[in-house]
Design a protein around this ligand. Structure first.
Ligand SMILES: Nc1ncnc2c1ncn2[C@@H]1O[C@H](COP(=O)(O)OP(=O)(O)OP(=O)(O)O)[C@@H](O)[C@H]1O
Ligand SMILES: [Mg+2]
Length: 743
């Protein structure tokens, strides 16, 4: 079917055709035949890169242009949200019947706001979590949504993120019963269940734009599913690397999935030597520039140095320990065909669009502490395998599992390649998770009686799959907890949230965190310090990732804990009474120590060295700490604990920037982060006033500050730069490219 034959607004078709898409892909055609453009609810389950987004684009614009509707596009990750936001932006030149242009917005941050400004937008791209928080704030414009697109809906099966998606869908269905739902999914076994839950049709396809060949490598031969076989050269002892090399030599790229961060790094190191040998001169030159970019992004650490070294050889690792800037640089360079081999942890398998001709799955087993090894799910295997084949570049993509014995090869063929993905199951019925959704249901006025609450949860995927009766006892327990902790009031049949309950729900924290913070704030420690607050937030269940102490640092942490106990707002369990709780509490103390080290301006590299906390984890810990300190501030306000307010605010700012108190005034300047801030301060520019009175030439003399940045700084403080002075300075250095990023 041709795009031009579709019953969709001409202006939309024009933009799509101009972008080079002429014919519909088969899954798109099927989705349209199933009534996607007629407002039907639909689950479209189809492989990676089979063009599901385009269906959503058509639907969204049809709603906007023909029904004056509003679309919300939900994704599980912030990175995906910005990717989709970029894609939808191409429609902004289109005029709506009322003469104004289509407006596309994105909203992923700040969980304590109803973002009224979003009302102006026709398409709003958001994450599931943000949408959940918007619903808790009863953002008015959400009642006007006429189309919801739920991307990656198979994530209902994810124990952390699935329940949020489920609740968001159920709530939106409750407030907008006439809204259209379009759910996009990987191929799963029980699509019909999701479709029935959403009261819609479903389309399942196995169609892919690039043919996928799946196989198992045993020694030097790959056996494919279709009976083909192929030998590869055994250049090294490592099969994954041999396979990747054979692809690179024939002009392709390879993605190797390793199960742990450490494995991904080891593999990349081994692969780099081999890959380097087959690189062409121009590619090498381009890679050298990419390596320099890596070094110029963020702080220099042993990790960024290693990464840059590997990138020079056309190889890189990719895992959640890397900072976001580095990950994006790797992804871009790989997409541009410069980096040839990426070794990644499975987190890369969903979300980021990073196809390669060959996907190698190094190990089908995953290790979990306290649990041992277990085989990954078929669904997960298919997600990784689905990354194989770059449309437009590869005729065929291949996904290969590695076997050590013939038996194992048979097992892999049967249990993964020929297997159907598992059914997906609702993960909602866990007390920890349900707790905050029950509170939110009451606090945001979705229900005010026990029946009303059951009625709401009766609309979830959980209730569809199991039976709502099955969570009655958990629910009763949760209601009792919320009542005992004064988050809800009960009078007769009526259940209402208290101010405390309402605020906790809006702050988007676990009720247990709310209680913990409230109780801690009531205590009067001998000294209330920054550490008191950092330790308290580290103790809440919302603090993630959970940092684990390593054996060699156990003593140091225990000593620190003993020393500083008097500052703590939460009790530390006794080592001899409860060993497990004690070790957990050491982890919390470690988190507080890491944050403290960060605001004492120790370098990222030192934090890696001392605590083995990598930049990606540090970043997530910082983000969480900021959010929990904000929540602390808000709860302190509610309970009238005035004395902690200034301290909490100051700590929030210091955590955000990673600086000592004295730097706070000057790191407010754009382009001045913790490193440049320290340089300025130590050179005597301690306040905005000092900088205002400085000569631009004196700023430029400082390390890491070039003329462009110096000018920008001067302009921000309201100073001005003389023309001749500027001309003299304006011999631009190359490295000044990064002047605009914070450092
Ligand atoms: N009809 C078409 N003809 C040519 N290219 C298309 C067509 N439809 C979509 N594409 C292109 O295919 C690519 C993949 O599409 P899309 O991102 O929608 O995949 P997807 O099905 O959502 O996969 P994933 O499961 O990875 O999210 C995009 O670059 C898109 O521009
Ligand atoms: Mg998609």
């Amino acid at each position: 079917m041709k795009i031009t034959d579709l019953s969709a607004p001409e202006s939309v078709k024009e933009i799509i055709v101009r972008s080079g898409i002429v014919d519909l892909y088969p899954p798109q055609e099927e989705a349209i035949k199933a009534g996607a453009l007629e407002g039907r609810n639909l689950v479209l389950a189809s492989p990676t890169a089979s063009g599901k987004t385009l269906v959503a684009e058509f639907c969204a614009l049809k709603h906007i242009l023909e029904k004056s509707g509003k679309t919300i596009y939900l994704t599980p990750l912030r990175a995906l949200a910005s990717e989709k936001f970029q894609e939808f932006k191409k429609y902004t030149p289109i005029r709506k019947p009322n003469g104004t242009r289509v407006r596309v917005g994105i909203s992923t941050g700040d969980y304590d706001s109803n973002d009224p400004w979003l009302e102006r937008y026709d398409i709003i791209v958001s994450t599931n979590e943000k949408a959940d928080s918007l619903l808790r704030h009863r953002a008015k414009w959400m009642n006007e949504i006429s189309l919801i697109v739920a991307d990656e809906v198979h994530l209902l099966n994810d124990s952390e993120r699935g329940p949020t998606l489920e609740v968001v869908l159920a709530r939106l269905m409750q407030i907008n019963p006439d809204m259209q739902i379009l759910a996009l999914s990987a191929t799963i076994n029980n699509v019909e269940e999701i479709a029935e839950w959403l009261k819609g049709e479903y389309v399942t396809t196995e169609w892919r734009p690039v043919l996928l060949k799946e196989g198992v490598l045993l020694q030097k031969e790959i056996q494919y599913r279709d009976g083909d076989a192929r030998k590869i050269e055994r250049k090294t002892k490592n099969s994954a690397i041999n396979l990747a090399l054979s692809t690179v030599k024939s002009g392709g790229q390879a993605l190797i999935f390793a199960m742990t961060r450490r494995n991904s790094v080891t593999l990349a190191k081994k692969a780099a030597k081999e890959v380097e040998e087959v690189l062409s001169k121009p590619v090498k030159r381009a890679l050298k520039r990419d390596a320099e970019k890596i070094l110029a992004t963020g702080e220099k650490t042993r990790i960024s140095e290693l990464l840059a070294e590997l990138v020079r050889c056309g190889t890189a690792f990719h895992h959640a320990g890397l900072g976001g800037g580095h990950r994006r640089l790797i992804e871009d360079s790989f997409r541009q065909g410069k980096i040839k081999v990426v070794t990644a942890t499975p987190t890369l398998a969903f979300g980021v669009n990073l196809p390669a001709r060959t996907v190698v799955i190094q190990d089908y087993r995953r290790y979990e502490p306290g649990y041992g090894y277990y085989p990954i799910s078929v669904l997960e295997y298919k997600q990784m395998a689905g990354r194989a084949g770059r449309p437009k570049y590869d005729k065929v993509g291949e996904a290969i599992l590695l076997a050590k014995t013939a038996d194992e090869a048979d097992y892999l063929m049967e249990s993964y390649i020929l297997a159907r993905p598992e059914r997906i199951w609702s993960r909602l019925a866990v007390e920890r998770i349900l707790r905050s959704h029950v509170l939110a249901t009451i606090a945001a006025d979705f229900a005010h009686t026990e029946r009303g609450i059951y009625d709401f949860f009766g609309r979830t995927f959980y209730a569809y799959q199991y039976d709502i009766g099955a969570i009655k006892s958990v629910m009763a327990k949760i209601l009792k907890y919320l009542y005992d902790e004064e988050m809800i009031d009960v009078s007769g049949e009526n259940i209402n949230a208290t101010r405390f309950g309402k605020r906790v729900s809006e702050l988007y924290i676990d009720p247990v965190s709310g209680v913990l913070i409230r109780n801690a704030l009531r205590r009067k420690p001998t000294y209330l310090t920054g550490l008191s607050l950092l330790h308290m937030i580290a103790h809440t269940p919302d603090m993630a990732p959970k940092l684990r102490p390593y054996t060699r640092e156990l003593d140091e942490i225990a000593v620190f804990m003993e020393d500083r106990k008097e500052e703590f707002l939460v009790d530390v369990p006794d080592e001899w009474e409860d060993r497990i709780a004690y070790e957990e509490s050491l982890g919390e103390v470690k988190t507080a120590m890491v944050l403290k080290t960060w605001i004492e301006e120790r370098s990222e590299d030192e934090i890696i060295e001392r605590y083995r906390v990598q930049p990606g984890d540090l970043y997530r810990t910082i983000q969480n700490a900021k959010w929990l300190l904000y929540a602390t501030h808000e709860l302190a306000l509610l309970f009238g604990n005035k004395q902690v307010l200034p301290q909490t605010l100051e700590l929030m700012e210091r955590i955000e920037k990673g600086v000592k108190k004295e730097l706070l005034p000057i790191v407010k300047l754009e382009g001045v982060g913790r490193i440049r801030g320290r340089i300025l301060y130590n050179a005597g520019f301690k306040t905005i006033e000092d900088i205002k009175h400085s000569a631009i030439g004196d700023l430029v003399k400082l390390p890491l500050i070039g003329p462009r940045l110096a000018k920008k700084i001067k302009e921000q403080v309201g100073g001005f730069v003389k023309k001749e002075e500027w001309k003299k300075l304006k011999k631009e250095d190359d490295w000044e490219q990064k002047a605009l990023t914070e450092y």
